[in-house]
Design a protein around this ligand. Structure first.
Ligand SMILES: [Ca+2]
Ligand SMILES: [Ca+2]
Ligand SMILES: [Ca+2]
Length: 225
């Protein structure tokens, strides 16, 4: 049976609608998935403070590039040796989207070099030679950074300058002092702007799909004899 151009167009629209709806179903779970520790960045490390002792002034900073908040409760902080600390608190330890969170070994800003820590750990040391920062959740997701001898300067932090968290993308901080003189930006972005990851907004996707559905419906209606 020969079909008209209008009918052929309507059939094509039906096929497109099927593809669009199937794609939407496939990608929807990814939009709503909760972020894990693996989605964060270790954005800055102060392993070798100069203004105060290492046992008073070590810290590292995490950055949340996503669009959801994240809680650090029940995450384990460790290295490849004996350092091991379970992150726990009576309240939720939240890092907001697009924000920084500072872990330090001393919460007293009069003796830690002069910064504010968001969480104080114990039994975890940032060696000035080679070491690892490993954060692992109860599901086994992890965020890790391993560095070798020569990576850690004295009195300066190393800050991530790119969304790719590799050792080569950390730079020595030379332009921002904090507290009593060491260089770093604990809790702020400094000069290394880590752009938030582009996460599709569910509302814009729904708008797009609605528009396509209306267009498809209109095309089918117009195609009817
Ligand atoms: Ca150290
Ligand atoms: Ca260590
Ligand atoms: Ca910083």
């Amino acid at each position: 049976m020969k079909i008209s151009n209008a009918q052929a167009f309507a059939q094509l629209c039906n096929q497109y609608l099927f593809i669009i709806l199937t794609t939407a179903l496939l990608i929807t779970p990814n939009i709503s998935h909760s972020i894990t520790i693996s989605d964060l960045y270790i954005s800055e490390i102060m392993a070798n403070p100069e203004a105060v002792s290492d046992s008073n002034g070590e810290w590292f900073e995490l950055y949340n590039p996503g669009s959801e908040l994240f809680s650090f409760n029940d995450i384990v902080l460790s290295d490849n040796d004996s350092n091991h600390h379970l992150i726990s608190a009576s309240d939720a330890l939240i890092i907001q989207p697009g924000s920084y969170f500072v872990f330090g070994n001393n919460g007293d800003s009069s003796s830690n070099g002069g910064y504010s820590a968001d969480y104080i750990y114990s039994n975890f040391v940032l060696a000035n030679s080679s070491d690892e920062i490993i954060l692992t959740d109860t599901q086994g997701n992890s965020l890790q950074l391993a560095y070798e001898s020569g990576f850690i300067p004295s009195g300066h932090s190393m800050a991530l300058t790119s969304a790719a968290m590799t050792i080569a993308n950390y730079d020595i901080t030379t332009d921002f002092n904090y507290g009593v003189g060491d260089f770093g930006t604990p809790g702020t972005n400094g000069s290394s702007q880590l752009a938030p990851a582009a996460v599709p907004e569910p509302s814009s996707l729904i708008l797009l799909l609605s528009g396509l559905l209306v267009a498809g419906y209109q095309a089918r209606k117009n195609a009817k004899p």
